[in-house]
Design a protein around this ligand. Sequence first.
Ligand code: FES
Length: 198
Amino acid sequence: MSNSTVDASKRTWLIASSCAGAVGAGFVAVPFVSSFQPSERAKAAGAAVEVDISALQPGEKMTVEWRGKPVWILKRTPAQIAELPKIDSQLADPKSERKAYPIPDYANNETRSIKPDLLVVVGICSHLGCSPTDKLTPGPQPSLPDDWHGGFLCPCHGSTFDLAGRVYKNKPAPDNLEVPPHMYLSDTRLLIGEDKKA
Ligand code: FES
């Protein structure tokens, strides 16, 4: 988990909803990767974004921008993967059966991912569009239950998500975090926005 502070001026999606006032200083995340392949114009038009994930270590998360949205890439540890099935009963849609954000077939599984360790999701809360905060460390901590398994907390209205981006029950957010189209070009290169070969 990074302690880097995001440049708030770049995070326009944070102020797109009524929750802006509640965002405050609680945001910590890895800064955007700035070495994307497409030009700025192409990105604005929705071009796919190629990402080098070779430096991502187990337990770390990086954030890249695709179509103006933050996309999180989380490399889960074996222990984090093992926790996922244990909390299904606490989740609103553990099998991603709701259709608000149809999940790609290749991510329609327990880990919601192509590779079990690598989660790729759009980091925007399905309630009113805030970007949740990393709460990757399990255990008791402010605003979270004592049996917290690690995941993400939306500071706007308290929705919580597990390490597969699945929303907990009885929270304002109605749906799991969106899995964007994506595919692996190699073991170290990920393409976000296209999945033709997936
Ligand atoms: S925007 Fe309301 S809980 Fe996330």
